[in-house]
Design a protein around this ligand. Structure first.
Ligand SMILES: O=c1ccn([C@@H]2O[C@H](COP(=O)(O)OP(=O)(O)O)[C@@H](O)[C@H]2O)c(=O)[nH]1
Ligand SMILES: O=C(O)[C@@H](COP(=O)(O)O)O[C@H]1O[C@H](CO)[C@@H](O)[C@H](O)[C@H]1O
Length: 332
């Protein structure tokens, strides 16, 4: 059998055995009992940058069901990226601890980006399992959290569980079904199929709704921007194997769609995050001398004009290597 055929069969088997559905875990009392039997604690960290429109409903929906009514979550924290709107105020009013990631671990230098928020959320949370969900979800429902937790609670082999869903795209005021996930389909999945075909069964590699075991998450490096998701699945795969990754159907997710230009920039940094991991695999530099700025092309009738933006995708070391983290988490 050819190598490609063997990988294809491996992926088919992985897909059949490691794909779950949120409805398998909607008996919340049973899920709490499964958690308690294993003596596990669970943290939910919410990354946010200017999400005043949605963050309140996200917190209320999840907190009332999964913390107040059922004791599934031990803590919920908001990790803010220096929002300039009312995001932090709303979270505080709802009784959620709020951190600004640029103010944490200042000695390492503040950076921008979602990956920074997730990396630093490991420092300030305590749970054995850490779950992240985006705070721009418009159709929020507790399944976005319990769906991700379910497989981790029933299957000790899993280190990381990614959500997946149908993704409509909103244009003007119309929802176009299954047209969303533009970076996923045009950058992430083609690159995965090229370089990491073992991961090609992951339906939404960039999904912002996922969770993992702290013991695994603290051992991997984190890309600082939107490369964080792709970098994480590659590193978990390389460190713990394909069998350590699961995925769960969360039905449909509607979020605020960014502009094509913003997604072009997202693709640019995601590609860097992938090349960074390929550098390690092949043991040679691929990124050192290449251009990490992007020419953005604008049109203002009747003229085109160019703007340049520096977009290097930086990386942080595994959290467990930081003395501050080891001290805060009592690691010898
Ligand atoms: O520097 C950043 C950029 C984004 N986000 C959050 O990351 C999630 C996903 O990002 P975004 O909404 O920009 O991407 P989209 O979902 O629109 O593609 C959202 O909860 C953002 O508030 C963040 O915490 N810090
Ligand atoms: O997958 C994608 O192409 C982008 C953009 O999605 P859309 O084309 O706006 O549906 O969404 C990814 O990035 C977002 C920001 O981190 C996440 O919120 C999405 O879950 C992720 O899929």
């Amino acid at each position: 059998m050819s190598g490609a055929k063997a990988i294809s069969l491996l992926v088919d088997r992985w897909f059949a055995e490691n794909t779950y559905h949120a409805s398998e875990f909607d008996d919340l009392q049973r899920l709490v009992e499964t958690k308690e039997k294993q003596n596990l604690t669970i943290s939910l960290a919410l990354p946010a940058l200017n999400e005043e429109e949605t963050v309140g409903t996200v917190i209320q929906t999840i907190k009332s069901k999964l913390m107040d009514e059922f004791h599934l979550l031990d803590e919920i924290v908001l990790i803010d990226s220096t929002s300039s709107d009312r995001t932090r105020e709303i979270a505080r009013q709802l009784g959620i601890p709020v951190y600004i990631h640029q103010e944490l671990l200042r000695e390492y230098g503040p950076r921008r980006g979602k990956g920074e928020a997730l990396w630093k959320s490991l420092l300030v949370t305590r749970g054995d399992i850490v779950v992240w969900i985006d705070t721009d979800i418009v159709n929020i429902h507790p399944r976005f959290v319990y769906g991700v937790l379910g497989p981790l609670l029933v299957n000790p082999r899993l280190q990381l569980v990614k959500g997946f869903y149908q993704r409509p795209l909103k244009s003007e005021d119309r929802l176009q079904s299954a047209a969303g996930g533009r970076v996923t389909e045009l950058t992430a999945r083609p690159m995965i199929n090229l370089f990491y075909p073992e991961l090609s069964g992951i339906i939404q590699p960039l999904a912002g709704e996922y969770g993992g075991r702290r013991k695994a998450l603290e051992q991997i490096s984190f890309s600082s921007g939107y490369g964080v998701e792709i970098g994480m699945i590659i590193e978990i795969f390389e460190k713990f194997g394909l069998e350590s990754i699961g995925q769960v159907d969360l039905l449909e997710r509607i979020h605020h769609n960014q502009t094509l230009e913003a997604l072009s920039k997202m693709s640019f940094v995601i590609l860097q995050a992938i090349f960074r991991r390929l550098e390690r695999r092949y043991g040679r530099s691929l990124l050192e001398d290449v251009n990490k700025s992007m020419k953005l092309i604008h049109y203002s009738e009747p003229n085109y004009f160019l703007e340049v933006e520096e977009l290097p995708e930086l990386e942080r070391p595994p959290m467990v290597e930081l003395p501050e983290y080891r001290a805060a988490h009592h690691i010898e």
